[in-house]
Design a protein around this ligand. Sequence first.
Ligand code: SF4
Ligand code: SF4
Length: 491
Amino acid sequence: MLSSFKGIVDNPISRRMLRHLTSHCYKDGASRVEVAMDYHFDGRDSACLSCRMSSKLVGYVISKGTTTFGVTEADMRKTMRDPYWRKGLATVLRGIGSFGIRKPFVPGAPFQVVWNITRACNFKCLHCYENAGSKGSDELPTREIFLGLDKLSRLGVPVIALSGGEPTVHPDIVGIVRHAHDRGMFPAMATNGWRFRDADFVKRLKRAGLGYAEISIDGVNPETHDEFRGVEGSWDAAVTAAKNCVDQKLMTVIATTVTKKNLDEIPDLIGFCRDLKVDWLMLFNFVPTGRGKDVIDMDLEPREREALLELAYRETTNGGKLQILSTAPQFARVAKTLSTDHTKELIPTHFMNPTYDNSKLKGLADFIGGCGAGRFYLSIEPNGDIYPCVFFPHRPETLVGNIARDDLDPLWRRNELLAKLRDKDALKGNCGTCDNRFICGGCRARAVNYTGDPLAADPGCIRNLADWEALHGQTMISAEEEEPPSESVTP
Ligand code: SF4
Ligand code: SF4
């Protein structure tokens, strides 16, 4: 079925026409593909003739796609009432135009951009990937952030995740959320929760358009958390923050970086998250970058990670509302291996493990799964520098561009590092020959931070135990070119 869909859509004529849709329509004030979808789904009156014509191709591709994947037109229309899904579908169509239907799939824009809008932080977390503290001297002013958000929206990015440092210490944080929302992007935020303990502040953010809040909690033990975070009372604040977000019906996620320090607390933390009634518990893979390099010995060994992921899978499939996910891409392999309920089909990805009655959708895993660095994600630093993922080290060879200076469309289509990261056959060591490389592929950030090579085998996987053992005890590669530690601001 997939190959017949590919035959219909992935040919030079269809792709040229889809590429045409990526252009901006000055008459309608949006990209042609978005106007065409509005016309297709809602019969938008104001669409110009060219966009109306384009909607015929969009309708044709959507109808072939729904038939291929066994989705009804009615279900599709229902889903597409959500403007963010619509933006996401537009990005998929652009991706088919630019890159064709390939494994792994490359959309026409990253689905999510994490923007570290400031290095300023009111905490002093031991494992901070950003080496945050005080505001950097080269940070983009708010006006430039707005212009950057405009660019991301024009490229077709559906989700913007604001992070830092601590995004809530930015004086214009509410305006930044509102600007992203007004440009049709779904605003998400990762926070330490200190300011979110104020329910009125959460309400203001929600009114500005915030849809997703990710709050860092390191365990059930307040002392463990406060020690990690370097601020007394930070655990209490984070728990209050989570409750405020649940009360405001924000999608609420507890983020926990799992290390040797808190590994034993995870089973209790799962129960605690259920009691808090949050939507997800996201188990972050420790990546030794930023200040994390100083605590590299806290990294889990591959066997510990494997056991953790097995626990997460068992708990997430036990029927409760809480989804337990991991940024470790090996989670998809674990999910595939442990999946026993064949009455439902599972799409093994590490960022979500949805189950479907429809077996046709299962074939999508190889297209959408695996490490998304440079494919589904990009990250932006406070000075506008762009990297494939927030956990990549800040070195000249991993720099992709700059949001203020670069034209994003050619950068997304032609950047050499991004092209390398999108080729799973170029991976080295076991990752290159692994039959799970399309649903996993290893964490490229861990690979580059441990070895200096973004295509090396991920030493955190149990299948790469020999790489882990060979590296163990070796000094990390030099970080001289990266930013020095900075002082923090007071909470
Ligand atoms: S060997 Fe690489 S691709 Fe295979 S499961 Fe391990 S990390 Fe993933
Ligand atoms: S490098 Fe890939 S797997 Fe690792 S954190 Fe980034 S996107 Fe996730």
